[in-house]
Design a protein around this ligand. Structure first.
Ligand code: ADE
Ligand code: ZN
Length: 318
């Protein structure tokens, strides 16, 4: 469904790197990537913990602002090919300069220039600075300082990814407070691997969006609260099925959440890792849940409403 105009809110920049792109940069730099790819050349992992390790190993070949600018360009070209007109990308100062603010500014400068050039070619984007939960709260504070110091321009949001089982979302409250004071929109991965309690805890950070959030389905009171408060879920069904959060598409709760009034949106998370694309996600939703134009229009409207961008950009997207 490449022709449907799409807004994507949940895409990890490094996770969107095609294996061939990573292999190309690794060859240029002479980096050995043993264990990252399988015999077919796809990313090789068997569970979420291995996924995170392979993700970080592949990311280790990206070592300069130019590497990130090239990655962003190739990712945005693929988004445009999928009919995406606006996307928000998770980027982490941990990977772009090891959490150092001066280095982060250089990476960000290179990415912002690329984003601006691509905007002129019809694909708009924003960056969400993301702390990595399993790196701990102290490193999360450094990430939040990078976010707050560079808020505005291309960076309009703040989020948290990584291993949901490590600690609680509210362990990172200092970082979220700093990001909020800097005027950034807030989101947090929760309810992917954790249950309703993890989502409730993330809501305490004052987020307007939840990354995944699908396990809310197990708690009717929470589903009602999400619907009433208008919290938007960044749902990534193909990711959830590939990682084994749900065994197959028919058992995925996206349609049930929507039927119960929750604002769901659709994204790919880390598309080459999960052998998916935005068009593929839409095709599966059409096949499995019989979604059509009305449903796709609605999820894209909700995505625009919840996007971390200015009102004039939203008007253009509507
Ligand atoms: N980082 C990249 N993809 C992720 C996911 N699905 N969950 C948590 N952190 C991530
Ligand atoms: Zn994610």
């Amino acid at each position: 469904m490449k022709d449907v105009k799409k807004t994507e809110l949940h895409l990890h920049l490094e996770g969107a790197a095609q294996p061939a792109f990573i292999r190309g940069i690794a060859a240029e730099k002479g980096v050995n990537l043993t264990g990252v790819f399988d015999e077919q050349g796809h990313y090789a992992y068997k569970d979420f913990s291995e996924f995170l390790s392979v993700y970080e190993a592949a990311t280790s070949v990206l070592q300069t602002p130019r590497d990130y600018a090239r990655l962003l360009q190739s990712v945005l070209e693929e988004c445009a090919e999928q009919g995406v007109i606006y996307t928000e990308l998770f980027v982490s100062p941990e990977f772009c300069g090891g959490g150092d603010l001066t280095a982060w500014r250089e990476y960000l400068h290179a990415m912002s220039e690329t984003a601006e050039a691509m905007r002129k070619q019809g694909i708009d984007s924003r960056g969400i600075v993301t702390l990595i939960r399993h790196f701990g709260a102290d490193r999360g504070k450094k990430t939040a300082i990078c976010a707050a110091e560079t808020a505005g321009g291309w960076i309009t949001g703040f989020g948290m990814g990584g291993a949901e089982a490590m600690g609680k979302a509210t362990d990172f409250a200092w970082s979220y407070d700093a990001a909020r004071e800097a005027g950034l929109g807030l989101t947090c991965h929760a309810g992917e691997w954790g249950g309703p309690a993890s989502i409730r805890n993330a809501l305490e950070l004052g987020v307007t969006r939840i990354g995944h959030g699908v396990q809310a389905i197990d708690d009717p009171a929470l589903v009602e609260e999400l619907a009433e408060r208008g919290v938007t879920l960044e749902v990534c069904p193909g990711s959830n099925v590939a990682l084994g959060v749900y065994p197959d598409w028919p058992s995925h709760p996206i349609a049930r959440l929507r039927d119960q009034g929750v604002k769901v949106t659709v994204s790919t998370d880390d598309p080459p890792f999960f052998h998916t694309t935005m068009s593929h996600e839409y095709d599966r939703l059409a096949d499995v849940f019989r979604w059509g134009e009305a449903e796709f229009n609605q999820i894209n409207q909700w995505a625009v409403d919840a996007a971390f961008c200015d009102a004039a950009t939203k008007d253009r997207l509507r």
